[in-house]
Design a protein around this ligand. Structure first.
Ligand code: ADP
Length: 258
């Protein structure tokens, strides 16, 4: 538990640092992209230099997408929490996710019938699903099944005892399961660290899950990861149901359960 809190504080300070750098870097990139566009316009369309400028532009665009990731990680995004039905949010993200995965991957949506009222920022939940679906796709290069399901559960005294943390109450649950390569214990213990990646250079920034974790924490929720090499991975996200936590309870720090 102490280790998880230390980890969470470490991520907090890396976040502040990364956010500051990302913000300044973003301004530099905007200027750079502006001047490249200007140069492209000044030159004739068939000028020999045009392909070089295109290369510069495409590198700058990649850098901009990395800084966006950093900004999202440092939680400098605007946060608009509002009461929503979580099932509706998942329903709305269905199309976006189908476009992310390859056609070798079968997608299953198993949404429960009940309404799941939670306070959430829909665009952050979209981001959370995007990051998890991207990882699921990368974990299933030969294809497989990605299942997204919703439901609800109570955090009980036994649950708190088993996991070492948690506030007793009722939660909406999102489960994202893939049948991909899975993770060994060592990998699993590092996945929430910013910049930790096992992907080849240029493919992974190591920020995806750190962002997911940040979003879950911002929603006073919990993240539980279950994974076995060769068998696949399940991410379970618990978000407090509106009225599900007895009044006056301080939710405190929200570590992840790995
Ligand atoms: P990135 O995707 O850029 O590497 P993430 O923070 O999203 O960064 O993920 C960190 C690492 O966690 C990945 O490089 C991979 O090793 C592991 N990982 C994440 N999701 C999965 C998954 N669904 N299956 C197997 N490994 C995963």
């Amino acid at each position: 538990m102490a280790e998880q809190i230390r980890q969470s504080q470490k991520m907090e300070s890396v976040g502040v640092l990364a956010g500051g750098i990302a913000h300044d870097f973003n301004n530099l990139l905007t200027g750079m992209m502006g001047f490249v566009t200007l140069a492209q316009m000044k030159l004739a369309e068939d000028d020999d230099v045009q392909p070089f400028l295109e290369q510069v532009m495409s590198a700058a665009e990649k850098a901009a997408s990395l800084t966006q990731g950093l900004l999202a990680f440092s939680r400098k995004q605007v946060n608009h929490p509002e009461p929503v039905n979580l099932n509706q949010v998942v329903e709305n993200v269905r199309k976006l996710l189908s476009r992310l995965v390859t056609n070798k991957i079968r997608m299953n949506f198993e949404l429960c019938d009940a309404t799941l009222p939670v306070v959430a920022d829909s665009s952050q939940i979209d981001q959370l699903f995007t990051n998890l679906a991207n990882n699921a796709r990368d974990a299933m290069p030969e294809g497989g099944t990605l299942t997204i399901s919703t439901g609800s559960m109570d955090i009980t005294e036994e649950w708190v005892y088993e996991h070492g943390f948690g506030v007793i109450g009722s939660y909406a649950v999102i489960t994202v399961t893939d049948t991909g390569v899975g993770m060994d214990e060592v990998t699993k213990s590092h996945v929430l660290e910013p910049f930790f990646t096992t992907k080849e250079v240029g493919k992974g920034s190591g920020l995806g899950l750190a962002i997911v974790y940040g979003i879950v924490k911002q929603h006073d929720g919990y993240l539980v990861i279950d994974s076995k090499p060769g068998e696949g991975t399940t991410f379970k996200i618990l978000l407090p149901l509106i009225g599900g936590i007895p009044a006056g309870i301080d939710v405190g720090d929200q570590p992840a359960a790995l």
